[in-house]
Design a protein. Structure first.
Lengths: 404, 444
């Protein structure tokens, strides 16, 4: 197939050619960025919480008298442990994907000068480390004497366990064990590192800080009460949670169960990422509509060109061109237009990505999205032009003899 | 006018002649308009002024109680104030109206209604709140300034809570048990749904663009600031603390920011006076050793405060960008198809030109045809917008129940569709009007 005659013909339809190419370019830019947005949303929903989600549920109580908090903790934990199938009940301040309770800024010096970011403190009574199923990668699990009494919202000095992500942020390329950090007057020393531990929600630093968590052992009491972590076999968990909610009415008539917050961790995770899934779905809808509209545009214009050139097609057929030649002519034409659109579209995609990066906390568009988007648009173009091109190929040579 | 009717007739005939091409163009316009108007309507409803006509007089004074060193002056005042600063400014009564804001969640029962206890969202405020924010009442009314002083245990409840507890009956005079104290209902609000819920909107800059909750419903119980602290000694929810409060610290001296202040200032002179007043206050407090950063005072207006908090969720802004890119693609598509459509009729246009039609007449006729496509596409776009809004209303977002197509956006749908199609038709129509006369006649 010679490209020369195709280009010559396109030059005669400069405006229409440019329009279709522009449409392809815009589609390419939106397609690449929308796919990238979908991928980053979906990746976000796959965050590893580091805990045995399918085994865990939580109950959150409020409205009780703070002075009776220790009594409430004792009543609830001992009462709930009676439920058949319950493996453990422990007191904690928050759970992954639940409501945030322990956000605070930390410093790497006791004077409070070297600010190191806003992290999340899981303040947890005995039993939580095992119940959560945290995976220790260095150091040791909390010992009985690590559980210090609370002073306000944290123990005044504690041996803590941090996530690998936080350890790498605070002490890059250094062994974090034994390192210290401060939060105002509160002092912490790292005694262990876990592979993953997601905080209830990413902090001011954006999605990259989702695992900046500190597991802080503490004694339950007035400042650590009301949130309970339940562990049971996944098959029994929904029933255990139901029984637990029912039992609370008798165990703690003085408290109010926060319905939204008292769920299995799996359900909390679903709710937590709902908006991301909706957004991903919406973006997918836009992509489908976009490709459809672009395809229809190609079909419309190609049909017009086929009809306009019926006579020329007839002449070419009369002087020996095969049906395949005609078919390939229109396919080549489409390929050339789409290719020029894609060339411009890649630049546009990059520009749009830069714009999105300034507006939203998005990383740079990985380069492989560009050829992937190009492949999709080439395929779409060929698919859309196939119908009109086949009609063109079906034009009989006799048309050449018709006038008009 | 008769010419317009004639062009309309021609346009209709032309559209009917090639139904496929017409349908393609109408669908492109309808889908593009539907997508962009859906997102634009959401933007319009979420970025609107919650107090139209009054918001320019409402201000949010801020002082910076942080004792932490800030050598580079980068610290913006926190989104709320400490108890002492806020109540000092309020007690001075230097504005036309002023209302303190504190938030808490309290256990609530209605003793004579036999319903399980619930956690009620309580807004502690002062009597000016209701007239300042034009809050509508269904039964009873607000408390008076002397109730704030005398620490009267009264409450105003929301319409929703009144329906939940009392089946919507006039509950003025009934008693609620909040935590361990009885309060008497003196007012029931009519349904009130400010968008966003502007008066206790804080922390937007720390929320990574996930601000949908700024559009949730107002609190269920409103109580005098003074008496609410009597029944809830734990104090209000803190926005943040600059150090951990010592056990047993009372709300009034805690190292936390948990109180906000709104003021109404009727004219520019009063605004300037009030700004000077807060600066003087901060300077005087610095002299007393209570504040560290005296020069760090602010007083955004209501709308500036909403902007600062980036109230419109970033997802909604992203959707709007996307929808407009999509509309642009639909328009390019329509330009191409219109070009095909008009130029296909080159022969017919040639004849009309030969018979005396001016270029302007051909241009006008083509534009009428494009406009007609826009009108039909706009109708489709309107239906798709309604569908789009209905779909978003199904989503579990705080603003779902706020969404509707108001008359402005209804009109905007059609205006945008017609303008878009005329824009798309401009180049093809111009090309059609330039059709070379002789050439076309020769090929006929």
């Amino acid at each position: 197939m010679q490209i020369q005659p195709v280009l010559a013909a396109l030059r005669r339809h400069r405006l229409a050619t440019i329009l279709i190419a522009m449409e392809i370019a815009l589609a390419c830019a939106v397609l690449c960025n929308a796919c990238f947005l979908i991928a980053s949303r979906i990746q976000m929903t796959h965050v590893d919480s580091g805990v045995d989600e399918s085994f865990l549920a939580t109950i959150k109580l409020t409205g009780y008298d703070e002075a009776k908090a220790s009594d409430l903790n004792a009543r609830v934990t001992s009462g709930l442990r009676e439920i058949p199938g319950m493996q453990s009940v422990s007191v904690i301040n928050e759970v992954p994907f639940g409501e945030t309770a322990g956000n605070a800024g930390i410093t790497l010096d006791s004077a409070g000068q070297k600010f190191a970011g806003v992290v999340d403190f899981y303040v947890a009574g005995p039993g939580n480390f095992e119940a959560l199923g945290l995976q220790l990668i260095s150091g040791r699990a909390p010992r009985a004497d690590d559980f210090q009494p609370m002073k306000a919202f944290l123990p005044s000095s504690a041996n803590v366990i941090v996530s690998r992500s936080l350890a790498e942020h605070l002490w890059p390329d250094t062994d974090p064990l034994g390192k210290e950090f401060w939060c105002g007057d509160f002092h912490f020393r790292v005694t262990g590192v876990v592979a993953h531990l997601a905080r209830p929600s990413a902090g001011e630093g954006g999605p990259g800080t989702i695992e900046w968590s500190v597991f802080t052992p503490a004694q339950p009491g007035a400042n650590l009460s009301g949130v309970y972590l339940l562990r049971a076999d996944p098959a029994q968990l929904p029933r255990v949670l139901r029984d637990a909610r029912a039992a609370i009415a008798k165990l703690a008539p003085d408290a109010v169960v926060e319905q939204q917050a008292s769920q299995t961790i799996g359900d909390l995770r679903q709710v937590y990422f709902r908006q991301d899934r909706i957004m991903a779905g919406m973006l997918l809808g836009v992509i489908v509509a976009l490709l459809l509209v672009t395809a229809l545009g190609i079909v419309g214009l190609a049909s017009f060109w086929v009809q306009q050139r019926r006579r020329q097609i007839g002449i070419r057929r009369a002087i020996g061109a095969t049906r395949g030649d005609i078919l390939r002519y229109f396919q080549t034409e489409n390929f050339l237009i789409v290719t020029s659109g894609i060339a411009l579209g890649m630049l546009l995609a990059y520009a749009l990505n830069l714009l999105l990066m300034t507006q939203y906390e998005l990383p740079r568009l990985p380069l492989y999205y560009l050829p992937a988007g190009a492949l999709i648009l080439w395929g779409l173009g060929q698919l859309a032009v196939l119908g009109p091109a086949l009609r063109a190929a079906a034009v009989p040579p006799v048309v050449a003899t018709w006038s008009g | 006018m008769s010419m317009f009717g004639y062009y309309l007739n021609l346009a209709l005939r032309s559209l009917m002649r090639n139904k496929m091409l017409t349908a393609l163009m109408v669908i492109a316009i309808a889908v593009g308009i539907g997508a962009s108007m859906t997102t634009l309507t959401v933007m319009h409803l979420l970025s609107g002024d919650p107090l139209p006509g009054r918001s320019q007089h409402i201000f949010y004074p801020q002082v910076d109680p942080s004792p932490l060193p800030d050598p580079e002056n980068t610290h913006k005042p926190w989104d709320m104030m400490d108890y002492r600063s806020a109540t000092d400014l309020w007690s001075a009564h230097r504005a036309d109206r002023q209302a303190l804001i504190g938030r808490s969640a309290l256990r609530l029962t209605a003793p004579d209604m036999n319903q399980p206890p619930l956690m009620a969202q309580v807004l502690s405020t002062t009597s000016d709140f209701f007239p300042m924010f034009a809050v509508p009442f269904q039964y009873g009314g607000s408390w008076q300034p002397q109730d704030d002083q005398q620490r009267t245990r009264v409450a105003v409840i929301s319409s929703d809570l009144n329906i939940k507890l009392f089946g919507g009956a006039n509950s003025v005079g009934r008693t609620l048990r909040l935590k361990d104290s009885d309060v008497r209902i003196i007012g029931v609000l009519a349904p009130w749904r400010p968008s966003p819920q502007f008066y206790d909107l804080v922390g937007g800059r720390f929320s990574n663009g996930q601000t949908a909750d700024f559009y949730s419903k107002p609190q269920e119980v409103f109580m005098p600031f003074s008496s609410s602290l009597d029944i809830n000694t734990d104090g209000f929810m803190a926005f943040t603390c600059w150090r951990a409060p010592d056990p047993g610290t009372s709300m009034t001296t805690s190292p936390c920011v948990s109180v906000a202040l709104w003021v109404e200032l009727g004219n520019a002179a009063k605004v300037a006076d009030y700004k000077a007043f807060i600066t003087d206050y901060a300077t005087q407090q610095k002299a007393l050793g209570r504040l560290t950063h005296a020069d760090n005072t602010r007083m955004p207006s209501l709308m500036q405060w909403l902007d600062f908090n980036q109230v419109v969720p970033s997802d909604v802004r992203l959707q709007t960008w996307l929808a407009f890119a999509f509309l642009l693609i639909c328009l390019f598509n329509t330009v191409g198809l219109l070009l095909a459509k008009f130029l296909r009729r080159s022969g017919e246009i040639g004849v009309r030109r030969a018979l005396g039609a001016t270029r302007g007449a051909v241009l006008t006729q083509c534009l009428v045809e494009a406009g007609l496509i826009g009108l039909i596409g706009g109708f489709g776009g309107w239906l798709l917008t309604l569908l789009g809004l209905a779909l978003i209303r199904q989503q579990p977002v705080a603003y779902a129940d706020l969404l509707h197509l108001d008359s402005t956006m209804f009109l905007a749908t059609f205006v945008m569709a017609i303008v878009a199609s005329l824009l798309a038709g401009a180049v093809p129509a111009w090309r059609a009007s330039r059709v070379a006369l002789g050439l076309q006649l020769k090929t006929l």
